[in-house]
Design a protein around this ligand. Structure first.
Ligand SMILES: *Cc1c(COP(=O)(O)O)cnc(C)c1O
Length: 431
């Protein structure tokens, strides 16, 4: 196989770095964790992406989640075309907003009322504000390794076991902003109990990814989930499931339906917008009634409920509801997971594969990976070599060990086989 050239990508990226910080519009795209230059794309179709040099890749990022039905899914494309013909933004109510709200409320057990926003970040930021307004309390618990967008108060992960003072992850985030954020360890029931025993009456909300994808895929234990539900209920704190990634992905009704635990609020993004900028937060009616103008917690947005984005979201959710792809996704994803695991085993490479449905992570370590501390033990240099080896084989994986890979309905048996065969070759070079 001849080495693919990415000369045009290289040129475009050189130029981009003069125009945008780091040459990108989202830090996650810059290949910081694997080294080298990001690839510049011009087209996506089904399970494939094509870069501007004409190279084709089997895409396992899927726009970081939204493309569960593949690129250019016909019903979404059609809905967007039709919406464009009616006007791109009114800043006034539309019927489509009712329709998408009804779809979300019918799908997600915890959601009795919803508000549409423009991104996952907006959804979590607003949910936190509502929880604080509703409870009249300040403190928020989050878990190390969970990502909730670039909300100031949530940009802390403080890898240490201690639930002491949180240190901001980023310059520009003040200590004042994060003072009320407590960072605990995922799956640590004891620490959660202690924290609630000591400060339960000050805690406004607990927010978590109920299937975590942002430290690589990590699942909550049943004990952890029931402790979360019980302790927040007892203390009168709001339990928020951040389902921006796993919502409509691990099941149509989200992780909360898989685990049988109903939170008080849910945040959504990614799939819910069908590939357009749209997020949502919702929950119990009595809580949501605190949002302006029904209540006093401020929330607004010029482009919120945008007609093009809502059209895409409606088409996406309708399709997922009427032709559920989840059994098929489970089968192809299981096959991929088994193939990747077997490739590593055969080559004698330490590995631990975590998966829920069509989201998975192959960690380069023996595992188990149950929280941030254990995830961080992975061999990230080996991952970087694996990533670039797979690129050369025409497989585009998430560019960090601590991200989830996504399978879409468009990944055929042949695509999965080709991916496994590529992995077999690449892992033999990783010793
Ligand atoms: C992607 C993500 C976000 C942020 O969503 P954006 O649309 O990127 O702002 C928040 N929470 C989780 C769990 C996510 O995966």
């Amino acid at each position: 196989m001849t080495e693919p050239t990415r000369e045009k990508s290289h040129q475009a990226y050189q130029r981009a770095q003069q125009l945008m910080p780091g040459g990108v519009n989202s830090a996650a795209r810059a290949f910081g964790a694997v080294g080298g230059e990001p690839i510049v794309f011009e087209q996506g179709q089904g399970a494939y992406l094509q870069d501007i040099d004409g190279n084709r890749y089997i895409d396992y990022i899927g726009s970081w989640g939204p493309m569960i039905l593949g690129h250019q899914f016909e019903a979404v494309k059609e809905a967007v075309h039709q919406a464009v013909e009616r006007g791109t933004s009114f800043g006034a109510p539309t019927l489509a907003e009712n329709e998408l709200a009804e779809l979300i409320i019918a799908a997600v057990p915890s959601v009795e009322m919803v508000r549409l926003v423009n991104s996952g970040t907006e959804a979590t930021m607003s949910a936190i504000r509502v929880a604080r307004g509703f409870t009249g309390r300040d403190k928020v618990i989050k878990f190390a390794g969970n990502y909730h967008g670039h909300v100031d108060s949530l940009l802390v992960s403080a890898g240490s076991a201690a639930a002491t003072l949180s240190v901001p992850n980023s310059p520009g985030v003040t200590e004042g902003t994060t003072r009320d954020t407590l960072v605990l360890n995922y799956n640590d029931c004891q620490q959660l109990e202690t924290t609630f025993a000591e400060q339960g009456d000050q805690i406004a909300a607990v927010i978590l990814e109920p299937v975590c994808g942002n430290m690589g895929v990590v699942t909550p234990t049943p004990e952890f989930l029931s402790a979360l539900r019980q302790l927040t209920t007892q203390a009168g704190a709001v339990l928020i499931f951040d389902e921006v990634m796993c919502g409509f992905r691990v099941a149509f009704s989200g992780a909360q339906s898989l685990w049988g635990v109903t939170p008080d609020m849910t945040t959504m993004g990614k799939i819910v917008g069908g590939g357009l900028p749209l997020g949502a937060f919702g929950g119990r009616r009595d809580i949501m009634q605190h949002v302006l103008p029904a209540g006093k917690v401020f929330q607004a947005g010029t482009l919120s409920g945008n007609p093009i984005a809502t059209a895409a979201g409606i088409a996406m959710l309708t399709s997922l509801r009427d032709q559920p792809p989840y059994d098929a996704l489970e089968q192809s994803s299981r096959k991929l997971a088994e193939g990747l695991t077997d490739a590593c085993r055969t080559a004698g490479i330490e590995h631990c594969l975590n998966r829920v449905g069509s989201m998975m992570t192959l960690f380069f370590q023996d595992g188990p990976v149950v929280d941030w501390e254990s995830a961080a033990r992975s061999d990230v240099d080996r991952f970087a070599r694996f990533f670039w080896g797979m690129i050369e084989q025409g497989v585009y994986l998430p560019c960090s060990q601590f991200e989830a890979l996504f399978v879409s309905t468009e990944h055929s048996a042949a695509d999965i086989d080709a991916t496994i065969e590529a992995a077999r070759q690449v892992v033999t070079t990783l010793k």
